[in-house]
Write a protein that binds this ligand. Structure first.
Ligand code: SF4
Ligand code: SF4
Length: 315
């Protein structure tokens, strides 16, 4: 007697939802395993239905929810019968991704400072971070590393931070990559934030790249826009291909999501008088003998009438 043929669950085909594509830089095309996605001159996908194997990768990666799977009437009936038996369950990849990102919560802003004076971009990012944290329903934290920099915590609260992580030791008095890197990695591994923002300054670019490499996550440099998508991913927008397109970049599989933002891109928030927050002091330190670099002399831009701090200037 012949065995009854097993019915496979239909996988469907991907299609674009008219008007929703934001031309993010061809993320859908880059993940398609069968070269089934061409891009139009406007940066929108043209899906070759005959090639599509219904893997759903393009739908999952799209930051704008602009792609969906579609099924024939017959396929929909088969799916309905599967759903009655099994319910709708996420696949193994999705379950693994959820397990990996679940412990990470909160938005952090690295407060760049020089001789105890915060860089203006750090407060601009605190304002932007406040909006992201509110959208996510999590807390906003400032990360302050330096020597005798505790006063910056109160400033961070006034610009909207709920918490301030403080590492204040003589070894951090001048910025050097190694000790700041070790301090940031220590804090990230201990507290597991989902978003870390830094200014796209000399210091921020140096530190962000080093930290992202150590904690094995993605970093988007020089962002001009930040937002949150429906899956709690940070949407990081920046010019690409010589400034000809604006690309929205996501890091949906790893945490924290890291971005640097140039000074003066985000508006400067108004400080709130009498604001308060939680100060979390960490005693982390690193021995001077473990650091390969020494600061021999600091030549400041300030003091001469011909010397202007362009990045921090009001205009
Ligand atoms: S569903 Fe998979 S195979 Fe089909 S177009 Fe999208 S990425 Fe390509
Ligand atoms: S991933 Fe989404 S937003 Fe990006 S190009 Fe493809 S359809 Fe458009």
């Amino acid at each position: 007697m012949n065995e009854p043929q097993k019915v496979k669950k239909p996988r469907g085909k991907a299609r674009i939802i008219t008007g929703k594509c934001i031309a993010c830089g061809a993320r859908c095309q880059s993940v398609c395993p069968v070269d089934g996605v061409e891009m139009s001159a406007e940066g929108e996908p043209l899906i070759a239905t005959e090639k599509c194997i219904g893997c759903v990768k393009c739908v999952k990666v799209c930051p704008a929810g602009a792609l969906e799977m579609f099924y024939t009437a017959e396929e929909l009936l088969i799916i309905a019968s599967f759903s009655q038996v099994n319910g709708d369950e996420p696949d193994e990849d999705e379950l693994e991704r959820r397990r990996r990102v679940a412990p990470y919560r909160g938005v952090w802003v690295f407060i760049e400072q020089n001789a105890g004076e915060a860089a203006r971009v750090s407060w601009e990012l605190t304002g932007a971070g406040r909006e992201l944290a509110d959208t996510l329903g999590v807390q906003l934290s400032a990360v302050i590393i330096g020597d005798q920099v505790g006063h910056l915590a109160q400033e961070a609260f006034s610009f909207g931070a709920d918490n301030a992580y403080l590492i204040s030791q003589p070894v951090f008095s001048q910025y050097r990559t190694e000790p700041y890197l070790e301090a940031m990695v220590y804090l990230i591994e201990k507290y597991q934030p989902e978003v870390v923002l830094m200014g796209a300054t000399g210091m921020g670019r140096d530190l962000a790249g080093a930290v992202a490499t150590r904690v094995k996550t993605g970093l988007t440099a020089d962002c001009t826009g930040l937002g949150i998508d429906a899956k709690r991913n940070l949407m990081q927008t920046r010019p690409a291909f010589g400034g000809n397109i604006m690309a929205t970049i996501m890091c949906d599989k790893f945490r924290p999501q890291m971005a640097t933002v140039r000074p003066h891109v985000m508006p400067m928030p108004q400080p709130l008088a009498n604001a308060s927050g939680k100060l979390i002091e960490e005693s982390f330190s690193i021995s001077e003998s473990d650091i390969f670099t020494r600061v021999l002399q600091v030549i400041t831009d300030k003091g001469g009438k011909d010397r202007v701090d362009v990045a921090g200037a009001e205009f």
